[in-house]
Design a protein around this ligand. Structure first.
Ligand code: ARG
Length: 463
């Protein structure tokens, strides 16, 4: 019989019992449920609502149940218990009798479940922040290892201007640093205690909500009991943070996939981050990068699902809210695995600098610098742009590169050109000239690398 069966005359139907149960999802919250119940029981005794002996029996009984769950000595069944809260409380009462039956005094599953979920969210976000740092470290190592490598920078996936490989790699480190901030914000959003809100309106018992808040390590109690039991914004924040980070990983992985094609040949993924084909013996597929790219869709789906669940939901607790946990857990688990996989992939890939350099030599990557050369000699930039456009056309017609043109060819378009134009055509010089803060010159990238490393150290201290 369910713990709430007093006003019912018929037993539960096996199908609806299973349909309504959340145990398969929320059994992951067993440790948080035990922690919440211990804090509640101790506070009840401190307030003189139950005896100190009963509170001690509750604390001991819960510790034993927790150990038994972890060793596998006790397992729960949806036909017996709808959720982890009922399962643990029934087990406790079966073991210690009346003391166990007193635990739920002044408490509802409505405040209980969201207390557990907030504790879980705080912990999981902490894990994600650590995994985020590990990936950023792998990116920094790759940036340092391949510091001098030049590749084409792209816009519209067409060759644009040459950039340093560390500059390109660090762009992802910055995205991930912002993701860390979003995760930290989600952890802060979860850091408030609903316990003591009871079903929706507070309770007639003299509960000390500040005591349970402190015992559970929350920053403060939630000031409105209706809001306490019905707010799931912290989960939206968590899944949103996961979604944005998954989108960033999908962009990184898309590039790794592209770069490992025969057409690019910029990198080779390690064997452990690739798979073969069951029919084509020659194949080496970037499955894991593709999987990370694909999983981003699932996580964004988790965000949409919870947003829709919350839409138009009246106050206070509604059973719809039971749908909150599965997607949030999935988003966190998925992102954690994706971080780990991406870090391994980046750390073990082989970079081919000559292939990157060879591509950087194609597509008139010096064109902007040649236009800047004229503009710096007084020609309005728009006119300089047109002059260089003509030179590019000339190269196109001759099937050559800007470097292959003679000084006479240049002079035919503008007599501002002198022999020193050669200095604008060299890739290293083009890169080295972009010295603006955040630019791709080695000195600027060195400054950036230092900032990324300082950010990493500061974020590590926030774990
Ligand atoms: N299993 C429920 C959930 O996850 C616990 C709260 C149930 N409360 C209720 N009044 N039915 O949301």
């Amino acid at each position: 019989m369910a713990l709430w069966s007093g006003r019912f005359t018929e037993g539960a139907d096996a199908f609806t019992q299973q349909f309504g149960a959340s145990l398969p999802v929320d059994e992951k919250l067993y440790a948080q449920d035990v922690a919440g119940s211990v804090a509640h029981g101790q506070m009840l005794a401190a307030q003189g609502i139950i005896s100190v002996e009963d509170a001690a029996a509750i604390t001991e009984g819960l510790a034993a149940i927790k150990a038994d769950i972890e060793s596998g000595a006790v397992a729960f069944d949806v036909q017996q218990s709808e959720d982890i809260h009922m399962a643990i409380e029934s087990e406790l009462t079966a073991r210690i009798g009346d003391a166990g039956a007193r635990l739920h005094t002044g408490r509802s599953r409505n405040d209980q479940v969201v207390t557990d979920t907030r504790l879980y969210a705080k912990e999981r976000v902490g894990d994600l922040m650590a995994a985020n740092l590990a990936l950023r470290e792998a990116l920094v190592e790759a940036a340092e290892k391949h510091f001098d490598v030049i590749l084409p920078g792209y816009t519209h996936l067409q060759h644009a201007q040459p950039v340093l490989l560390p500059h390109h790699v660090l762009a992802y480190a910055w995205m991930l640093a912002r993701d860390f901030e979003r995760l930290a914000a989600a952890r802060k959003a979860a850091d408030a205690s609903p316990l003591g809100a009871a079903a929706l309106a507070g309770t007639t018992y003299p509960l000390d909500r500040f005591a349970t808040t402190a015992a559970l390590g929350f920053a403060h109690p939630i000031p409105n009991s209706l809001d306490a039991v019905s707010d799931r914004d912290f989960l939206l924040d968590l899944i949103y943070a996961c979604s944005v980070s998954c989108l960033h990983l999908s962009r990184l992985c898309e590039e790794l996939i592209l770069w490992s094609t025969s057409e690019f040949g910029f990198i080779t993924l390690a064997d452990s981050y690739a798979t073969g084909s069951s029919i084509m013996p020659q194949k080496k597929n970037p499955d894991f990068a593709e999987l990370i790219r694909g999983k981003s869709g699932r996580v964004v789906g988790d965000l949409m699902a919870l947003m829709m669940t919350l839409k138009s939901l009246p106050l206070a607790y509604n059973k719809d809210l039971q749908e909150d946990k599965e997607g949030a857990m999935d988003a966190a688990d998925t992102l954690e695995d994706c971080y780990r996989c991406a870090a391994g992939m980046v750390a073990t890939m082989t970079v081919h600098p000559e292939a990157m350099m060879a591509q950087a030599q194609k597509g008139y990557l010096a064109a902007t610098d040649v236009a800047d050369y004229l503009a710096k000699k007084g020609m309005p930039f728009r006119r300089a742009h047109e002059v260089v456009g003509h030179l590019v056309l000339l190269c196109d017609q001759r099937g050559c590169d800007l470097e292959d043109l003679t000084l006479e060819d240049f002079k035919a378009e503008s007599d501002l050109f002198e022999a020193d134009i050669a200095g604008c055509l060299n890739l290293e010089a083009i890169v080295a000239a972009r010295t603006t803060y955040g630019g791709t010159a080695p000195d600027a990238v060195r400054v950036q690398l230092e900032e990324v490393k300082q950010g990493l150290a500061a974020d590590r201290a926030r774990l």
